[in-house]
Design a protein around this ligand. Structure first.
Ligand SMILES: [Ca+2]
Length: 418
């Protein structure tokens, strides 16, 4: 950054007139740790002078009153130390010739809560950075993830992933595949990412759910460059064949690249809906009308569009996924951190309406537990729509296409309500 020369001169003059090393630090009182400082020595000073300065300050406090408690010594990034001290010691230390400057210590806020979770447990911005607090953790809900497979021994969900048996034995190639298998680390990426967002210990919306690995999109492991629509429908068939336990959510986070509405897909998803499964689908990433794609064009698939929010955008934005009146709700889906596949601890970052749909699948699990007397798909979908945060979006690409201005919200009614 270029700083006007006159300003530099005037700052130096102030410091030299006072005869003391400059005091630096944030001007925002709330950001400053009271009575805590970092004392930084001039370039070229040694460990010997560092120890000497520290001892001199302690002796001064002993002999003249005042308080100093030295905490950490810095000897590699620069010579200096951190300390709690009162004003008398601050003035004393700033007078030592070895001291270059003293900086007020600042409060540091680590972004421990993943941003996509931070966003959906509150309504208004800015993000509070607090521990993620949904209404509940979805414990007792089964989530069927029709995708490319889940790395079941990943630390994000070890013990909470089960494999749906494949009655047709079509997918022998992947059944029983070791999670650490090199091929799986490639083709299992998408499914594992989805599972991490739905129910991962760190990145999951509903950290108590049981996830069922409906492993059908295995084309890339079979040598294909794409999967088939019939694979997805086969996955739905597997869910029903297995007599899948309920209450349950079925996540179908895949679709066609271009416009296509399928009678088979619609019939199959209607069947799941009739059987009491909440079916959640991705709106698609083509930046076109979602009504003309599989999920949006079906009767009962809860269709999710993609949003972005601070710190990745200046405000809430509905992004360039598919849009329009057939989108039921938006959810964070940009640069979402989740479980990866190369190791059992690694993470990956995913972007797209798939990620958004996974967020809402988790939210559906939360709503299924929130009101156990009303667990019908219609009630759950309506609940998510009704309690969504409204009027939050700047629409980047689709302001006039009838997209709902709704962002999924799983926070507590009594905390941080709009
Ligand atoms: Ca939050």
């Amino acid at each position: 950054m270029r700083v006007p020369l006159t300003l530099l001169v005037s700052a130096l003059t102030v410091a030299s007139v006072a005869g003391q090393a400059p005091l630096r630090g944030s001007d925002v009182p709330d950001d400053v740790v009271p009575d805590r400082y970092m004392v930084v020595l001039k370039a070229g000073e040694t460990t010997v002078s560092l120890i000497d300065v520290a001892h001199r300050a302690v002796r001064y406090a002993e002999n003249n009153g005042g308080y100093i408690s030295i905490d950490k010594l810095f000897e590699n990034v620069f010579m200096g130390f951190s300390a709690d001290m009162d004003t008398a010691l601050l003035d004393e230390v700033r007078g030592y010739t070895e001291v270059d400057y003293v900086e007020k210590d600042s409060k540091i806020i680590g972004h421990i809560t993943p941003p996509h979770l931070d966003r959906i447990d509150q309504q208004l911005l800015p993000l509070d950075g607090a521990t993620y607090e949904p209404l509940n953790n979805g414990d007792g809900v089964e989530v069927y993830i029709i995708d490319s497979g889940i790395m079941e021994d990943h630390e994000e969900f070890v013990g909470r992933v089960k494999l749906v048996p494949d009655h047709s034995e079509k997918c022998d190639f992947m059944q029983g595949q070791a999670a650490s298998d090199a091929a799986f680390s490639v083709c299992g990426k998408h499914g594992t990412a989805m599972a991490g967002i739905v129910g991962g210990n760190t990145y999951g919306v509903a950290k108590g759910v049981t996830m069922w690995d409906v492993r059908v999109l295995t084309g890339t492991c079979d040598g294909r460059t794409y999967d088939y629509l019939s694979d997805v429908i086969h996955g739905m068939d597997m869910v029903l064949f297995s007599g899948g336990a309920k209450p349950a959510v079925v996540l179908i986070a895949s679709g066609t690249q271009n416009e296509y509405v399928s009678v088979s897909y619609n019939t199959a998803t209607n069947r799941l809906y009739d059987q009491g499964y909440v079916v959640v689908g991705a709106a698609g990433n083509a930046r076109r009308d979602a009504c003309n794609f599989l999920a949006g064009g079906s009767d009962h698939v809860f269709t999710v569009g993609q949003s972005i929010h601070p710190p990745l955008a200046p405000m809430d934005m509905a992004l360039d996924g598919n849009y329009g009146a057939c989108v039921d709700i938006f959810a964070p889906g940009y640069s979402v951190q989740t479980a990866g596949t190369e190791t059992t601890t690694i993470t990956q970052t995913v972007t797209g309406t798939s990620a958004s749909a996974a967020v809402v699948a988790g939210a559906a699990a939360v709503m299924l537990v929130h009101d156990v007397t009303n667990q019908t798909p219609d009630y759950v979908m309506e609940s998510i729509r009704n309690r969504a945060t409204t009027d939050v979006f700047t629409f980047m690409f689709s302001p006039s296409h009838g997209s709902p201005d709704k962002l999924v919200w799983v926070g507590d009614d009594t905390a941080g309500a709009k």
